[in-house]
Design a binder for this molecule. Structure first.
Ligand code: URP
Ligand code: ZN
Ligand code: ZN
Length: 485
């Protein structure tokens, strides 16, 4: 057997195993795992870890906010940063805004991604305008195009849907085998507190944290899980920031509900004290849900360890610290006028590796599951997320011993800050492949924009998640009512 490329001598890890083997790659696929494999093109991985390329499943790339602000990263810079950070593919959002059609939205994001991305990509569809046409005609077309997950917002005035619309979306999603993702925060609580803070003159970035209390997330997660239970639909709760929210997810999962959760780098590594930096510096650390505290970090680590969270993401939402981003409403804008989100697509995996695997908090196999395998399974990326014969050769080769200091430049994104500037981390990806082609080779970008391909995804697989079909929650039996003769 001949191979296009052989990766020799490394230690391979998957979500379940660690073993030494060579990998033979042909036509972009893994075609052999064995010893003594040979090819003209060989990567010597002796002393290195050979892992499935990361899948960054929560990031905002070339995306307008509802108020018109644009992320600094496009598909070129966002994918380059992702690749340097050990990712072989990513799933940014395609954001429908009110008045836009769903297909119009997907076409727009196709035009932004095609010819630009250096790694493979798909989109989660954000639904902000669930019209009858969107629900009945356009969403089925989106599913046929392989876009099988979407996000709804319970907060943000221009994005949020009400409970009834949420039920409509959950029901359509369930019918087509799609996964509904939710940003779960109680809108009324947030706007009520925010208005009082601003009226009292408390406008600095530090007031972003008290304006988004933990209770706002807890209430919304509880409501979202309840709404999904009503129609027995799968639900994925993104960027969970509270232990109580995580406990609601764990409890729902124990009961058999089709509920999944994600937490993000910033909730494990930063705290609300970062919002309290002098002047407007705290704006760099504004995201929603907001940063919490050290006991919360510890509790979220335990939920990662215990399996409450299926996916660990960056929620890369890059707005520069200048008038194009965070300071678009002036240097004295109130916290309500500052774009939410922070960068992290290039640092998600080095953070989790160094502080998780390196410090003995999670196993290498858990790292692989949280960074690639679980996202591939949940989001229907069948050929990605593991190292096995027949899979795409999406591979990241890591030097587990290398220590580097994080700088803005080392992120290779379009940002002018990183929240992790000056952090020292051990364990870095050095070479990253997408479908067998080198994207980053020994620390140098070699892929051309446009080499990344769209990944059509299959419907969500809910095997092992029985749900709660009880008569009073079953639309098919008129919610337990007797059916008229
Ligand atoms: O603050 C954040 N997370 N901004 C990005 C948008 C979102 O809600 O995920
Ligand atoms: Zn969100
Ligand atoms: Zn987000």
């Amino acid at each position: 057997m001949t191979y296009d490329l052989v990766i020799k001598g490394g230690e391979i890890a998957t979500a379940t195993d660690r073993f030494h083997a060579d990998i033979g790659i042909t036509g972009g696929k893994i075609t052999a795992l064995g010893t003594g494999l040979e090819a003209d093109d060989v990567i010597d991985a002796t002393g290195k870890l050979v892992l499935p390329g990361g899948i960054e499943a929560h990031c905002h790339i070339a995306q307008e906010s509802a108020t018109g602000g644009m992320t600094s990263d496009d598909y070129r810079t966002g994918s380059i940063s992702a690749a340097y950070g050990g990712n072989s593919s990513f799933v940014p959002f395609a954001a429908q805004h009110r008045g836009m059609g769903v297909i119009e939205t997907l076409d727009l994001y196709d035009s932004r991604a095609q010819g630009s991305s250096v790694i493979d990509y798909s989109y989660h569809l954000i639904i902000a305008d669930p019209t009858e046409t969107a629900l009945n005609d356009e969403l089925p077309t989106a599913f046929e195009r392989g876009v099988t997950s979407f996000k709804v917002f319970m907060t943000y005035d221009l994005m949020r849907i009400d409970d009834r619309q949420f039920l409509d979306i959950l029901t359509v999603a369930k019918t087509h085998g799609a996964l509904t993702m939710v940003h779960a925060e109680n809108s009324g609580m947030i706007s009520w507190i925010s208005d009082r803070l601003v009226s009292a003159g408390h406008t600095a970035p530090r007031y972003h944290a008290p304006s988004h209390p933990a209770l706002a997330e807890i209430e919304a997660i509880n409501r979202a899980i309840s709404l999904a239970a009503l129609v027995d639909a799968p639900l994925f709760i993104v960027h969970v920031s509270t232990p109580e929210g995580a406990e609601l997810i764990a409890k729902a999962r124990l009961s058999g509900a089709k509920v999944f959760g994600e937490t993000c780098s910033q909730y494990l590594f930063l705290t609300r004290d970062d919002l309290d930096r002098p002047g407007m510096e705290g704006a760099k650390y504004m995201c929603s849900p907001p940063l919490r505290d050290v006991p919360t970090q510890e509790a979220l680590w335990r939920h990662l360890q215990a399996g409450t969270f299926s996916v660990f993401s960056s929620d890369h939402a890059p707005y520069r610290f200048d008038e194009t981003g965070k300071l678009a409403n002036g240097p004295n804008a109130s916290f309500k006028q500052i774009a939410n989100g922070m960068p992290g697509i290039g640092i998600r995996l080095p953070l989790l590796f160094s502080e998780g695997v390196g410090k003995g908090r999670i196993t290498l196999q858990q790292f692989v599951a949280l960074s690639a395998t679980n996202a591939a399974q949940l989001y229907g990326m069948d050929a990605k997320g593991s190292i096995a014969i027949g899979m795409d050769a999406d591979i990241a080769i890591w030097d587990p011993e290398e220590t580097r200091t994080v700088t803005v430049e080392s992120q290779h994104d379009a940002m002018n800050y990183t929240p992790y500037d000056g952090w020292s981390l051990t364990g870095w990806p050095v070479t990253v492949l997408t479908r067998g082609a080198r994207v980053v080779d020994q620390g140098t970008l070699v892929a051309k924009p446009g080499s990344g391909q769209f990944v059509p995804r299959r419907p969500v697989d809910m095997t092992g998640h029985p749900g709660h079909v009880v008569p009073e929650l079953d639309p098919a039996t008129n919610f337990g009512a007797k059916i008229a003769p």
